[in-house]
Design a protein around this ligand. Sequence first.
Ligand code: ZN
Length: 569
Amino acid sequence: MDNHKIADIFEEIADILDIVGDNPFRIRSYRNAARIIEDLSDDIFSIINEGGTLENIKGIGKGIEEKIEEIVKTGSCSLLKELHEKVPPEIRELLKIEGLGPKKVKLMYDKLGIDSIDKLESAASSGKLRNLEGMGEKTENKILKSLEYYRQGQGRFKLSDGFSICESLIKYLKNAKNLIKIEPAGSFRRRQETIGDLDLLAICSSETDIMEKFIKYDEVKEIIAHGDTKTSIKLTNGIQVDLRVLEPESFGAALHYFTGSKAHNIRVRSLAREKGLKVSEYGVFDSGDKKIGGKDEKDIFTNIGLSYIPPEIREDRGEIEASLNNKLPELIELKNIRGDLQIHTVETDGKNTVIEMAQKAKELGYEYISITNHSKAVKIAHGLDEKKLRKHFEEIDRLNSKKAPVHILKSVEVDILADGSLDLDDSVLKECDVVLASIHSYFNLPEKEMTQRIIKALSNPYVNILGHPTGRLILEREPYVFNLREVFKAALDYNVIMEINAYPDRLDLNDIHALQAKETGLKLAISTDAHSSSQMELMVYGVYTARRAWLEPEDVINTYTLKELKTFI
Ligand SMILES: [Zn+2]
């Protein structure tokens, strides 16, 4: 158990309390606690087991602390068990359907006994939901659409989940006997935005107990296959993990083979055939079937006349041709990033102060950050009006004049209203260093209207960046319906930069759209949308997306120095 799991328990408690319509303050205290624990850098288990206290952690009250102690000491939480008796755990899954909040879920449970996704689907498709209070035919159709989207994504995991699963598992397997090397392959290694399963490849020097250890992992739900060279398990969260133990002479070939993609591998094999060679998961072989490479992954490429192709672009989207012609891009790297251009602070819905975010930026080796709090239309985030924003800027001026850890840009995430006008007066937008404009409401406008709305926002002379341009949430919410190409064209006319929002649930623009943006002639900005200092570390996910989009440092404006950035803006 770790902080993440305690946070999960509290999140689940909050969800269920929400469904039964409990006291909103109680619900909020569990939700807050979940967030605080998730962001905490100290390990709660060590604190409690060493007899420490959580008193000093803001937002963790006595009641919550007792629950944490119970979880640490007993491994479970009696309140959650109690709640499970009242509300089956499957009901919680209904909250994952876009458009279903706790109130609707409760209503559907009370009136129609809907306690699972299957029951929801049959009720919706047989027209039973429309008769519920406040629902109607339109809501019913929306739920059916969301269900379809949800089903498509089932069994898939966000890349960030892949990282946490991989990290714990590899850490656990590291002390297997005689293990020399263990590496993940597959879509995870290509940093695809979602992954279906995990592939781990290992080399061991001699007799090893790695497979025995693997099937005894804490989180194993099912052993699918168990052998000396290949074992497959399913974890409690539903993901399948395959572990292969390989001969050192074949490791590179296997790494290439199991990294894929399939389309890329097919091209590589046919290119090899053209040269009278054979490439397989075991190595590269000449016409006499003599092995001429395979220990290192680069053997595959060099033997067939290619330069090394980074895993992120192995999708048969032109990388083979580019490699043959020596035209592979110099892909952007995390170390190229000099600043973060979307950051929220305590002035609205962020957790840390401006100076705390600036300190974190310094730790990350940045030169600048752009503070982009919400504008007033986003009431739930306590968005700022013109007056409050100006006051906030005065504070930033003071910090900059007192030598803030990095340069702090005075910026805003201004809301794009339903008609495409902006939520703040031009006179204050004009005073901003960077204006980021985003949509946070009216997601369901007709395509034409939505396209016009965004283009109108871009035409404002003070807008610099379009934030999370498509509004999608991975595995949760589809992009809004609009014409992206037209928006890109308009962005080019109005000199607006496209964001790659690095927040792992968003990755918006995605890889394909980011590449289209580049091909249109646009620049991009990779931003974390951090609401706490620890979330500034999520930058790497945006960089993965950018790499998959073939972006080079010069395509991304936050690789520029402060001076270059200011000139460009
Ligand atoms: Zn936003």
